[in-house]
Design a protein around this ligand. Structure first.
Ligand code: SF4
Length: 105
């Protein structure tokens, strides 16, 4: 009985520690990416920024051009290797071309 209680306490402690770690990572993510709350895309149709194949990107890029956190957004996409969507005014193809040029330099 005592052993089972000890095991349960150990498991509970490990779970609590994992939850603390996860909360810490989430707090860190939100602290580092607080700029996201200021993005103009949060006030518009998010689907504009994740167009289906063949849909244009101009509408999203125009919004990005007026966005106060465009630089932060672009840097985030480049650093995390975002593979889809319009970030910082750049579509996936543009970001890949920029990366290719940077890697070649
Ligand atoms: S730059 Fe564009 S995608 Fe990035 S936060 Fe601003 S509006 Fe959204």
């Amino acid at each position: 009985m005592g052993h089972n209680l000890g095991t349960a306490r150990h498991s509970f402690g490990a779970a609590t520690s994992a939850v603390d770690d996860l909360l810490g990572m989430m707090q860190d993510f939100y602290r580092r990416n607080a700029w996201m709350a200021d993005g103009l895309c949060a006030q518009t149709d998010p689907e504009l920024f994740f167009p289906e194949s063949g849909q244009g990107t101009k509408a999203a890029e125009k919004i990005c051009a007026r966005c106060p956190v465009q630089a932060e957004c672009f840097d985030f996409a480049m650093e995390t290797g975002e593979g889809y969507g319009i970030w910082g005014g750049a579509c996936t193809r543009t970001r890949k071309e920029i990366l290719k040029r940077e890697n070649a330099a």
